[in-house]
Design a protein around this ligand. Sequence first.
Ligand SMILES: [Zn+2]
Length: 529
Amino acid sequence: MGRERLYLFDTTLRDGAQTNGVDFTLNDKLAIARMLDELGIDYIEAGYPGANPTDTQLFAEERGLRATFTAFGMTRRPGRSTSNDPGLAALLEAKADAICFVAKSWDYHVRVALETSAEENLASIRDSVRAAVREKREVLLDCEHFFDGYKADARFALACAKTAYDEGARWVVLCDTNGGALPHEVERIVGEVVKVIPGSHVGIHAHNDTEQAVANSLAAVRAGARQIQGTLNGLGERCGNANLVSIIPTLKLKGEFAERFEIGVSDAQLKTLAHASRTLDEMLNRAPNRHAPYVGESAFATKAGIHASAIMKEPATYEHVPPETIGNRRKLLVSDQAGKSNVLAELERIGLKVDREDPRIGRLLEVVKEREAIGYAYEAADASFELLARRVLGKVPSYFDVEKFDVTVEQRDNALGQRVTVSLAVVKVKVDGEHLISAAEGNGPVNALDLALRKDLGKYQSYISGLELTDYRVRILNGGTEAVTRVLIESQDETGERWTTVGVSPNIIDASFQALMDSIVYKLVRSGA
Ligand SMILES: [Zn+2]
């Protein structure tokens, strides 16, 4: 009752995309945007239209999200008019609900980087905000280097922010671009800003260079800011951005914030947080941080002994919040009741009805644990989990058998005398007593195997004709000669449904084969073949 609304702004797809080694495809961006939307994030900053083909394409269509879909870009360049700036034009043309402009607010940067005057910088902010407001967009202004700028010349930094606010910007966002500010400084400076601009229009954008981006964000809220910007898992260049995965549960579960504020993430959505965090890691082909606060696998792990028995009696004895509130689980070595509820929750999520006391649940849990121990990852491979569950519950028909497959890789000179590497796969399947043999050439062994496998499945062929492999990811799980390979395959069908399957083996072809098989069988199950 009467709690103030705080707004969450996610920039995983824009600032997070600056992370070393992160390269989102259009499909990745759409999948992550949907995930953020389902999580209850208010604003999704998806990219920089006009800056690269992926982002331009991303903003070419309405994306139909509940969240405010936000495009990022620069204010008009110095010395140009708004009507004569291609960057600004691309922003205004983008199919976005909101536009977030970035502008300098540190006089030193205006002089040295922009090589222009303070007046021209303010004029650029004013003109750009005005142009976007005229186009009926919600407008945000990211004040770059605000905290350093404020320390150097408070009047100028404030003038930048105030200019945007006066022109009708919904939010003025104070950025700690270099990430060097400390919580007490942020609290003091934000406290000064909200004397000039109402806190309900002030946002915080913190970077993690002193590992205090989360603390800085919370300090800004305490001082009056009402929008928090951050990324999933703290993704972002250098040391990352403020981690929304830590901020969200803090706001929801810690009294000081929970009593004063409400956010767009419901209790039910909060329960999907751990899953969202791990899904992003799997998409990026990164090992999730086991020790990540709230969502890490070890965040609520306790070794057997006094702690464990105390936790069994009264979890609050050793836990700062209940792990299930964020979709994580307690890990005790003595008993794994929590694991069972996890599996039950998963089954419910995919729509399989099973009685709580059904002994097959225990068996499924055993199988999942055994397989995860050797490298399978079911957090991302939803389709493989569903198949595994259906198999243990006896609900997958045996459509076909692969009796044998053979893949060869050959390097030779072709007729033109060029050196080429050719892969050929031959697959022998048995469908309803009928033996079928297919062969296919591919640009690599997995591609050849995939093509051969899907070439002729007899009476099931019509069900898989729209099946398409859309992504293929490989991770080596432990180095050296004992290395095990995990393959994640993403598939899509004619209806646009996507699913991911997993295979694990010391042999990459075998791991790929498992994932391909799961994908085909999953499609047959879903199609009711
Ligand atoms: Zn940033």
